[in-house]
Design a protein around this ligand. Structure first.
Ligand SMILES: Cc1cc2nc3c(=O)[nH]c(=O)nc-3n(C[C@H](O)[C@H](O)[C@H](O)COP(=O)(O)OP(=O)(O)OC[C@H]3O[C@@H](n4cnc5c(N)ncnc54)[C@H](O)[C@@H]3O)c2cc1C
Length: 598
């Protein structure tokens, strides 16, 4: 199945929602001119379509194979990864001092989306490498940066993130891996980590594992966690590779999807000789890991969007070719291509609209990250950081739920051919399923949103966001196509306001009610923001049509998609007000024993 990078759509969202024109005015981002953005989207798109996409089904079938602690990828993966590294794609938004291009994260997200649509399993390798780069840029010593950053940026080495242990999943603070000081100032790491993505493979010369561990006497929980670099192969002071470190992949998992991404159980220090280098201060590891995780959460959100986009393209292609039944209510009695049936249209429009809505949220989130990074004005920088923080759990959880739902709906378009493996529709569905689980489950994201992000500065930031969206809707015309959307947008914003105020008022015993409503609240947030951001795009599309700018068919489709979302999908948002505010009682109404089969 081919993949067509949606560059016109991506460019439009970068322009209207991420506001690349404003980002390019910030110090350090001057190079991000429209011409460069176009060139990057086009070139990365070619790589995604021509190099990564053809390996997708192959990787799914053959998978990553572990033999005697060595994990081999199918033919073609090594060359593809080298092409990605040599093209400078990994370091697109890494600092120029370390060989990166210093471009905005929002643009890097658009590239990451393309690569993920093309081959999600493969995309995890550069994604985690970039996460490691970001953590080291922010927290490592100059000497560590000198030794480790450039090979990661150049794609000669790859990175991993080692948090999870059998007893420490969502509760990272329960981890037990230890770090003991050695006489030479380094540390000896000992413990087991599970589910480590790209923990072992044969694509690169070295793997830089970032490992969370506890030093002797460290406080319990997340306050007692430190971060360590544990290279697979030790690195000499001149940067050359030395001896193998005492760490290994014990096994790889057999999984529902992303078969070409090796998910490893890692053993550190079997022989008490695993060398680790502490990154940042002792017991400050969670903070450093959060640098990596916050960006990774946006990138995982992009996985939901990317997989929905690929599944949509695939389903559309099938619907245009498959002939079945006469159209109910149609003009003739002859069988038609299934794209002509209203219900198939409904499925395709739903996938298209949700994909575009979630893309807008993710790019807005990435743009806020860029502003927080580059904005010279302290107050504006803090505002941008708060918006980025507020949106991150929404990008992660809403987009990845949508990824699963939309790849399921796209599969439905194929009928029986979706359920059999030959068409590849099933792979999208299987691959999509991990994204709501890793990088903090979506349940944990919802708790993060209601428990940490909404209360930031007394709720000032969610109020500011809602106020901004309300003002935008108030300024929309009341007539014509844009006007059709207004009542739906107003209802959704009103409901989100009510729900947010209710959550903000819960304290003490009633926090259990907040927890009970967290997931439907996150959904309402995503639906509402998705609706207003699509309406913003529709307004810009209408302006371009009036001004005779841009591609008229793209602009008309934009308006129709925004209307479809507002009129057909957004009514689900106000309907969630009841489930959000009803409290926890019904969830616990049946005693635990009563839940068993009877
Ligand atoms: C393919 C794959 C790749 C992975 N890659 C990595 C990696 O590279 N590095 C790494 O460190 N880890 C990785 N992970 C681990 C992943 O991040 C964890 O699986 C995830 O965080 C959930 O932890 P858990 O599996 O222990 O589930 P649990 O924490 O046991 O959660 C089980 C269920 O309980 C819910 N739950 C738990 N606590 C709460 C709470 N406080 N409130 C509400 N609900 C709660 C969860 O939402 C979930 O539904 C990977 C996992 C997989 C499957």
């Amino acid at each position: 199945m081919t993949y067509t990078p949606p560059v016109t759509e991506q460019r439009f969202v970068l322009e209207t929602i991420a506001r690349m024109d404003e980002l390019a005015l910030l110090p350090g981002y001057e190079a991000a001119t429209p011409d460069l953005v176009d060139a990057i989207l086009d070139e990365a798109g070619k790589l995604a379509a021509n190099v990564f996409a053809p390996l997708n089904a192959l990787g799914d079938k053959a998978g990553a194979k572990a033999v005697d602690g060595v994990v081999a990828l199918p033919d073609g993966f090594k060359a593809a990864f080298e092409a990605y590294g040599q093209g400078g794609w990994i370091g697109l938004n890494a600092a120029p001092d370390h060989g990166g291009q210093g471009l905005p994260f929002a643009l890097a997200c658009a590239v990451q989306e393309q690569i993920t649509s093309a081959n999600m399993a493969f995309s995890l390798c550069p994604m985690l490498t970039l996460g490691a780069i970001e953590a080291l840029q922010a927290h490592a010593s100059p000497e560590q940066q000198r030794l480790f950053l450039r090979p990661l940026v150049e794609g000669r080495w790859t990175g991993t993130m080692n948090l999870t242990e059998p007893q420490a999943g969502s509760d990272v603070g329960a981890l037990r891996t230890t770090a003991t000081p050695a006489a030479d100032g380094t540390w000896r790491i000992k413990g087991q980590k599970i589910y480590i993505t790209w923990g072992e493979h044969d694509l690169a010369e070295n793997i830089v594992h970032l490992v969370l561990a506890r030093t002797p006497g460290a406080p319990a929980g997340t306050r007692g966690i430190s971060l360590f670099i544990c290279p697979k192969v030790l690195v000499n002071p001149d940067g050359s590779l030395g001896a193998r470190n005492d760490l290994r992949a014990v096994s790889t998992e057999h999984k529902l999807g992303i078969h070409a991404s090796p998910t490893c159980t890692m053993a550190f220090g079997d022989n008490d000789a695993c060398v680790g280098y502490m990154v940042g201060a002792e017991n400050a590891g969670m903070r450093a890991m959060f640098t990596m995780m916050n960006h990774a959460r946006i990138n995982v959100g992009l996985q939901g969007i990317a997989i929905a986009e690929r599944a949509y393209q695939h389903a559309l292609d099938y619907a245009r070719g498959r002939v079945q039944s006469a159209r109910f209510g149609g003009p003739g009695r002859d069988p038609v291509r299934i794209i002509e049936h209203a219900d198939v249209r409904r499925m395709l429009m739903t996938v298209k609209a949700f994909t575009e809505a979630t893309r807008a949220i993710a790019y807005l989130n990435a743009s806020a990250v860029d502003r927080a990074h580059a904005e010279p004005d302290a107050a504006r920088k803090a505002e941008a950081q708060a918006l980025a923080d507020l949106l991150t759990p929404v990008t992660k959880a809403f987009s990845t739920d949508i990824g699963v739902e939309m790849s399921s709906l796209a599969l439905q378009v194929f009928g029986g051919m979706g359920f059999v493996e030959e068409t590849g529709a099933a792979q999208h569905y299987r691959d999509s399923r991990i994204a709501p689980i890793y990088e903090g489950t979506n349940g944990i994201q919802a708790i993060d949103l209601v428990g940490r992000k909404l209360p930031m500065e007394g709720g000032r930031h969610w109020r500011a966001l809602l106020q901004r969206e309300r003002q935008f809707v108030a300024a929309l015309p009341r007539t014509g196509e844009l006007g059709q959307m207004v009542p739906y947008l107003e209802d959704a914003i009103e409901a989100l306001q009510t729900a947010s105020v209710w959550i903000s008022g819960n304290e003490g015993d009633r926090l259990s009610d907040t927890a009970a409503g967290a997931t439907p609240y996150l959904r309402m947030f995503g639906l509402t923001l998705g609706g207003t951001l699509l309406a913003r795009q529709a307004a810009e599309a209408a302006r371009r049509l009036d001004a005779g700018e841009g591609d008229p068919s793209f602009c008309k489709a934009k308006i129709a998609t925004a209307r479809f979302f507002a009129e057909q999908l957004l009514p689900a948002a106000p309907a969630l007000l009841g489930p959000i505010t009803r409290g926890a009682d019904l969830l616990y109404a049946i005693p635990e024993e009563g839940l068993a089969a009877a």
